[in-house]
Design a binder for this molecule. Structure first.
Ligand SMILES: Cc1cc2nc3c(=O)[nH]c(=O)nc-3n(C[C@H](O)[C@H](O)[C@H](O)COP(=O)(O)OP(=O)(O)OC[C@H]3O[C@@H](n4cnc5c(N)ncnc54)[C@H](O)[C@@H]3O)c2cc1C
Length: 165
C-alpha cells in the first residue's frame, strides 16, 4: 500500500544519547535509531514528508491532511502518532484526559480509543502514549505495526500473514 509519513521532527527519542533496549540492536543513539528507521521506510517505498499536519478534514471517501505550508494530501487511512502534541486531535474533536502512565502529567490520553488503535472516526487510528499504551520505542513501533496489519487486512479482505524466507 502507498504510505506517507508526515513528521515535524521533534521525536522524544532524539533526546536520548544511547538506548540499550531496542530488541536486535545492542546499542544505538536515539537519532541513529530514527535515521535507520527512516532509511528503511524510504527504501520500502514510503513517501517521507518533513512538515507538520495542521488539520485533518474528514471527507466521504477518506481524509485530507493539510500541512502548515498549505500542502494538501489525501488518504483513505490515517494513523496519528503525535505523542506530546495534541492540537491536531483537539481540532478533530477528541477529548483528552489524565494519563495514569505518565506521572508528570505532561502527556495526556485520548478518550475512546480501542486497544487496536481504532476510534469513532472510520479508518482513523491513534497510537503512542495518547492511546494509553506504555512508553518505550519498541512498544510504539509494535503498536503501529499492528495497526498497519489491521489496515492491510481490511483492504485485502484476508488476514495478513507474510513471512519472508
Ligand atoms: C528522556 C527520555 C529517555 C527515553 N529513553 C528511552 C530508552 O532508553 N528506550 C526507549 O525505548 N525509549 C525511551 N524513551 C521513550 C521514547 O522516546 C518514546 O517511547 C518514543 O519516542 C515514542 O515514540 P512516538 O513515535 O510515539 O513519539 P515521539 O517519538 O514523541 O514522536 C512523535 C512525532 O510526531 C511528530 N508530530 C507531532 N505533531 C505533529 C504534527 N502535527 N504533524 C507532523 N508531525 C507531528 C513530532 O515532531 C515527533 O517527531 C525515552 C524518552 C525520554 C523523554
Amino acid at each position: 500500500m502507498k504510505t506517507t509519513i508526515i513528521n515535524s521532527g521533534k521525536s522524544q527519542i532524539n533526546q536520548v544519547s544511547k538506548l540499550y533496549n531496542y530488541p536486535g540492536i545492542k546499542e544505538i543513539s536515539g537519532s541513529g535509531l530514527l535515521e535507520t528507521m527512516k532509511k528503511q521506510a524510504v527504501a520500502a517505498g514510503t513517501q517521507w514528508v518533513e512538515g507538520a499536519a495542521e488539520a485533518i478534514i474528514h471527507k466521504d471517501n477518506g481524509y485530507s491532511v493539510i500541512l502548515t505550508d498549505g500542502t494538501e494530501l489525501n488518504t483513505k487511512y490515517i494513523i496519528i502518532a503525535t505523542n506530546l502534541q495534541t492540537g491536531l486531535l483537539e481540532r478533530l474533536g477528541f477529548e483528552l484526559t489524565v494519563n495514569e502512565k505518565v506521572p508528570s502529567g505532561k502527556i495526556k490520553k485520548v478518550l475512546g480509543i480501542e486497544a487496536d488503535g481504532s476510534t469513532h472516526l472510520s479508518n482513523l487510528y491513534i497510537t503512542s502514549l495518547l492511546a494509553g499504551i506504555p512508553s518505550q520505542s519498541v512498544i510504539a513501533a509494535g503498536h503501529r505495526a499492528s495497526i498497519a496489519i489491521t489496515i492491510v487486512t481490511r483492504e485485502t479482505g484476508k488476514v495478513y500473514m507474510w513471512h519472508d524466507k
